[in-house]
Design a protein around this ligand. Structure first.
Ligand SMILES: Nc1ncnc2c1ncn2[C@@H]1O[C@H](COP(=O)(O)OP(=O)(O)OP(=O)(O)O)[C@@H](O)[C@H]1O
Length: 401
């Protein structure tokens, strides 16, 4: 009995066995539906496959499901360098047993016995003990390495390399389950998934969590004010839509912006330079369009991130699509411009005669610096008099002209 515990303890030391309990898992109706579906399949005896773009919450969901299955969890990360022996086990040298027999005290009898040591790896351990195996991004491993899983999932037999000292098969424990996750095939470093393997699984296609789930994550993880969380999530979602950044989900970007704002006390305001810089640094590299175009979209979104947008009109303001600028009511020049910052009138006047110029053209034409130009433009954009598109500026067709 004691020896049994000792062997188990050794297993636990030699491999990574987790009691998963992802901290702060957020459950919303959207996520709960995924959890219910997945558990239904797992509890019916199937292994499952969560497939979707980066940052859709696959790993987090897989670990949460593993926790709900209430079995120890073994975690493997797919890797080009992974070998079959990393999955099933390997020979680890030899052991020597010596028996000294002093039955007749004048005679010493020594028996030596040599044998190969076999070390179970994670898959073998999980199959033997009925643990849950989370195989994250399994299609980063070469397909032939994963072949060993085929018989484990179908015939419930794990085949080990030939060896005279132990059985070449492990009978798979009835509680053994695998939760696979994978990114789409077009991602860099991803192998085609074997049809035979996918055929043995139930695959759930994951998409980016809905808005409510993302807002809840920001609120729960970073104790964010709900209205600020809404603003960030909508800003990121809109930016992703406009810039066709659909290779990744916006969730990681929203979480990163929220965390940095929280740690450094950065206000979620369009006139806060640190916030604008942060959004640019997190979001621009993810855009699938040219940098200047992406910058233009981001500026336009941030310019409409007015205090009203975080206030009671949040929903309405955030729902204005970037491509369809709002129609502003016709106003007299004095009423509409009602200059609140320096050079507003001059900038507006210049733009009326010079459509589609860049900020630098305004600076040199009016002899003002970047800060003054941006401040004036921002005010005009907020008043609906100027439109910023593809890094160029236009007088709004619904403005004063
Ligand atoms: N239900 C949830 N509750 C709380 N946080 C979550 C939830 N789902 C996802 N997250 C958070 O979202 C981020 C991305 O999730 P995760 O790493 O699971 O995505 P992924 O799809 O596995 O990404 P990748 O394909 O790049 O590995 C993580 O910071 C994670 O903590």
């Amino acid at each position: 009995m004691f020896l049994g515990y000792l062997v188990c303890f050794a297993f636990f030391l030699l491999t990574i066995v987790l009691q998963t309990r992802p901290k702060g898992f957020v459950n919303t109706p959207f996520i709960d539906r995924l959890v219910t579906r997945s558990l239904r399949y797992l509890r019916s005896g199937f292994s499952i496959h969560l497939r979707g773009p980066a940052g859709t919450g696959k790993t987090t969901l897989a670990l949460h499901l593993a926790d709900l299955l209430n079995r120890p969890t073994v975690l493997i990360f797919g890797d080009e360098q992974l070998k079959s022996s990393d999955l099933i086990g390997t020979q680890s040298g030899y052991h020597r047993k010596q028996v000294v027999d002093r039955f007749i005290h004048s005679v010493v009898k020594i028996e030596d016995e040599f044998g190969e040591n076999w070390l179970d790896s994670r898959l073998t351990l999980a199959c033997r003990e009925g643990f849950t195996l989370v195989y994250d991004e399994f299609n980063r491993s070469r397909p032939e390495v994963n072949n060993v899983l085929l018989s484990a999932l179908e015939e419930k037999l794990l085949v080990l390399p030939p060896n005279i000292q132990r059985s070449e098969y492990v009978r798979v424990h009835p509680e053994f389950r695998v939760i696979f996750t994978s990114n789409p095939a077009e991602y860099c470093g991803i192998h085609d998934t074997q049809d035979a393997l996918v055929d043995r699984l139930v695959t759930i296609e994951l998409e980016e969590p809905d808005e409510l789930s993302e807002i809840e994550m920001l609120v729960c993880k970073y104790s964010f004010d709900r209205r600020d969380a809404e603003t960030i999530v909508r800003l990121v979602k809109r930016f992703h839509q406009e810039t066709e950044s659909d290779k990744t989900s916006g969730l990681r970007s929203a979480l990163a912006i929220a965390k940095i704002c929280q740690v450094h006390d950065i206000p979620i305001r369009s006139d806060c330079e640190a916030f604008r810089d942060l959004c640019g640094d997190v979001l621009l590299s993810r855009a699938a369009i040219s940098l200047s175009k992406a910058q233009g979209y981001l500026d336009a979104l941030l310019d409409r991130l007015t205090p009203e947008m975080t206030g009671e009109n949040a929903d309405r303001a955030a729902d204005i699509p970037v491509k369809n600028q709002p129609e502003s009511p016709r106003k007299s020049p004095e009423e509409a411009i009602a200059p609140t910052v320096a050079y507003e009138l001059e900038i507006y006047d210049y733009l009326q005669h010079n459509h589609g110029v860049r900020v630098s053209a305004i600076e040199s034409a009016l002899g003002i610096d970047r800060v003054e130009a941006v401040r004036g433009l921002r005010s005009l954009i907020q008043k609906g008099l100027v439109v910023h598109k593809d890094a160029r500026l236009y007088v709004s067709s619904s403005g004063l002209d």
